[in-house]
Design a protein around this ligand. Structure first.
Ligand SMILES: Nc1ncnc2c1ncn2[C@@H]1O[C@H](COP(=O)(O)OP(=O)(O)OP(=O)(O)O)[C@@H](O)[C@H]1O
Ligand SMILES: [Mg+2]
Length: 457
């Protein structure tokens, strides 16, 4: 009998991994008695971390549909492949691997998310066009590829507005612009410096997209910018799971502190259950999330949606077809009693228990009264990050359940993207306790960053 296995397609070859996603899925898969196989690009640098937790690593000549399909067909001779997965929440310079994985699953009849839905989520322009087509509340927006288009579209949208890459992630090059001078300066900084981002890869390759109306648009990394009407209101996230086509809005996080830097917007403090949204608003948020997910057609997935609560109701910021970052995994565990990695695998292998499990989890999260908080520290200056002074101050606090610090000894650009120098998951009494923990952290714990000017001299 062929052994049951899952295949993870890994494209994160950065020196410092950009996300921890394969490892916890593999840990969950092993507990479920599944072998863990990895597919990666031949010639990649950091192979040791793949072999560390994979039962076997297979290399492909290119991250293309053809090359991955060939590999999968070879593997099928030896293994009973139960699921193929990857970090589907962003594009990459090798294309949209999430879509390639979905297409292969479709061909060999493995449960998967729709490839069109993944593209629609990852391309924020296409996401907005699709919501509009389905009559789901959204905002004025435009995709622009040069300064002339920016100027004329910005006048139609009106200031203040948000300018961001259509395939954006990790808050790279996002700015609220109050006038044309600010927008132009942001666009020039983006085109000049986008290759300096740690996340350039996430902005993808050149992608053509066809809107639901049949119009063709091209997105060019480092050139294309999405303009959006500025959404005013308290920001939150809603974490959902979709078993086949049934959507479960599991829990809501509220963002208590957000900061706008020169070319990025950062989230510093979150709380769950939320404190500002009334029960009826929470109901509205859940229904709105369901409407958004139905419009983009996402199925068989975990989804992380961001929104702002406006006077007209919630308005979407983005739909990620993957588990949220920071401590969304811990929120699933502590508020809903779910291991999200095991959950995702159970969805993919179509475990019969999943609907029951998710119904229970939603109830548990809805009845939760204990608050939890995500607390983040970001760098204030560009430079070489050398470590953190007094980290034990946080580690010694009983209410801080988890505390993770960034890898030392690396260069940091503080103004264009997010770098979590420290992130904590804490049990809190409420919003004011969360604020106190956050300000105590800033007062007592100090990052050591050698500024750029000192590095040059
Ligand atoms: N139209 C908008 N109106 C108001 N604020 C916005 C808008 N779009 C983005 N923002 C702000 O910028 C932040 C980052 O935007 P977005 O989520 O689209 O980018 P991202 O790169 O995918 O971020 P991340 O991966 O960090 O979640 C949002 O959380 C929000 O605070
Ligand atoms: Mg976001």
């Amino acid at each position: 009998m062929k052994p049951n296995a899952i295949l993870f397609v890994d494209i994160d070859d950065a020196e410092i991994t950009r996300y921890t996603y394969r490892e916890p899925h593999f840990a969950a898969a092993k507990e479920m008695g599944l072998l863990c196989l990895t597919a990666a690009l031949q010639g990649r640098q950091h192979t040791e971390r793949l072999s560390a937790d994979s039962d076997k690593v297979f290399y492909v000549e290119s991250m293309t549909l053809d090359a991955l399909r060939d590999l999968v067909h070879t593997l099928l001779h030896t293994y009973n492949l139960r699921a193929i997965l990857c970090h589907a929440g962003h594009a990459s310079a090798s294309g949209q691997v999430g879509c390639i994985v979905a297409e292969i699953c479709q061909e060999i009849e493995l449960p998967h998310a729709s490839s069109r839905a993944i593209t629609t989520c990852n391309n924020k322009f296409l996401m907005r066009q699709t919501l509009q087509q389905h009559g789901v509340r959204s905002i004025r927006h435009a995709l622009c590829n040069n300064e002339e288009e920016l100027c004329s579209q910005a006048n139609l949208i009106g200031y203040p507005l948000i300018a961001k890459p259509p395939f954006g992630a990790c808050s790279v090059f996002i700015k609220r612009c109050n006038n044309w001078a600010e927008l132009l300066a942001h666009y020039q900084a983006f085109t000049a410096h986008y290759t300096h981002s740690n996340y350039t890869d996430f902005m993808g390759n050149q992608q053509e997209c066809v809107t639901p109306k049949g119009e063709k648009y091209v997105s060019i990394p480092g050139k294309s910018v999405l303009l959006e009407e500025y959404i005013d209101g308290i920001e939150g996230t809603i974490e959902c799971a979709i078993n086949q086509h049934t959507i479960y809005p599991v829990l809501i996080n509220e963002k208590l502190i957000l900061t706008e830097k020169s070319n990025t917007v950062l989230e510093n403090l979150l709380i769950t259950p939320p404190v500002s949204f009334s029960p009826s608003e929470q109901e509205q948020i859940k229904n709105y999330a369901i409407a958004c997910l139905n419009a983009v057609g996402l199925n068989n997935a975990i989804a992380h949606l961001e929104f702002r609560m406006t006077s007209e109701g919630p308005v979407i910021i983005e739909i990620n077809p993957r588990l949220g970052g920071l401590f969304v995994n811990s929120a699933f565990r502590d508020l809903a009693g779910l291991n999200p990695y095991q959950l995702y695998l159970s969805i993919l292998i179509q475990d019969q228990e999943v609907d029951f499990q998710l119904t229970q989890a939603c109830k548990q999260a809805e009845q939760a009264t204990q608050h939890y908080s995500m607390i983040v520290m970001y760098p204030d200056t560009n430079g070489h990050f050398k470590g953190i002074e007094n980290l034990h101050y946080l580690k010694n606090q009983p209410c801080i359940l988890e505390c993770v610090s960034y890898t030392n000894d690396c260069y940091i650009n503080a103004e264009i993207e997010e770098h979590y120098l420290i992130k904590c998951w804490a049990k809190v009494e409420g919003a004011s306790h969360a604020h106190t923990l956050h300000s105590n952290m800033l007062e007592n714990v100090k990052p050591i960053i050698i500024p750029e000017s000192d590095l040059i001299s």
